[in-house]
Every structure is written in structure tokens, then in C-alpha cells.
Design a binder for this molecule. Structure first.
Ligand SMILES: *[C@@H]1O[C@H](CO)[C@@H](O)[C@H](O)[C@H]1NC(C)=O
Length: 133
């Protein structure tokens, strides 16, 4: 019995370690970074699926930013009322701003500056999947 428990613990530790080891760091937009006019819906489709604990990196300059929108409606309408600012215009410099997808939820990302979201295609959503399925 004790042996069985021990084996279980080892497996659990192994699975956790593997999950951490496999987490990816993904630059949003790839070499295009986070900019006006690049289709991030398309980018997200091509880079899906995302997995739990994957790290998204937003690299950009002013006036862009990164907001988390509260729901599908606000996402479709580019309505920033009730949205949470994750990173301001100056936070995308250098290595950029990182978000770890560590919750099982829909993440609606968008930039709010001027028409970034409505005309500039600077929005996408991600739903991280479990790693060992
Ligand atoms: C952006 O990409 C999506 C998915 O490929 C596509 O459905 C949409 O029409 C594109 N938008 C524009 C404005 O090209």
C-alpha cells in the first residue's frame, strides 16, 4: 500500500514537472509583434491550441496596450467598459509584457488605443487546454 502511494506521488511529481517543462513561451504575432493591422484572430487560429501555463508575450510600443475584456460581447464590440488593463503603452518595450495562461477560462485580449481593436484587428481570444489529456 505504501509502495503504491509512493509510486503515485512520483507519478504526480513527474507529471507536474513535465507540464512545467513543456509550457511554451509564445510571442504574440510572431515577428509582427503586437501592432495595428495584423490579423491576430488569424494568428491565434494558426497557433492554437494553447495549453495551460503557456506564456504569451506582447512586444509593442506606444500607443498600443493590452486589455483583458470581460466577455464575448465586449470582445465583438471592442467595448472596453469593464475591461482590465494588463499592460500600458510603455510595458511592451524590451522583452515585452508576459501573460501566463494559468486559468481554464476564455482570455479575450485587445488593444484599446484609437481604432486598434475595431479597425486594426488587434484582438484575439485564447482558451488554454489541459496539458495531459
Ligand atoms: C482575420 O482572420 C480571420 C481568421 O482567418 C478571418 O475570418 C477574418 O476575415 C480576417 N479579417 C480580416 C479583416 O482580414
Amino acid at each position: 500500500m505504501a509502495e503504491w502511494k509512493c509510486a503515485g506521488l512520483v507519478l504526480l511529481v513527474l507529471a507536474t514537472t513535465m507540464a512545467i517543462a513543456e509550457a511554451r513561451t509564445i510571442i504574440v504575432g510572431g515577428s509582427e509583434n503586437w501592432r495595428y493591422g495584423y490579423n491576430y484572430t488569424d494568428w491565434a487560429l494558426k497557433n492554437s491550441p494553447f495549453f495551460i501555463n503557456d506564456k504569451l508575450v506582447f512586444q509593442y510600443g506606444p500607443p498600443h496596450n493590452v486589455y483583458l475584456l470581460p466577455n464575448l460581447y465586449s470582445y465583438l464590440k471592442c467595448d472596453f467598459r469593464g475591461a482590465a488593463l494588463l499592460a500600458g503603452p510603455s510595458n511592451g518595450a524590451g522583452n515585452g509584457f508576459e501573460v501566463v495562461l494559468n486559468q481554464y477560462r476564455l482570455y479575450y485580449f485587445a488593444s484599446s488605443s484609437d481604432k486598434d481593436c475595431s479597425d486594426g484587428l488587434m484582438k484575439f481570444f485564447a482558451f488554454p487546454l489541459p496539458r495531459w489529456q
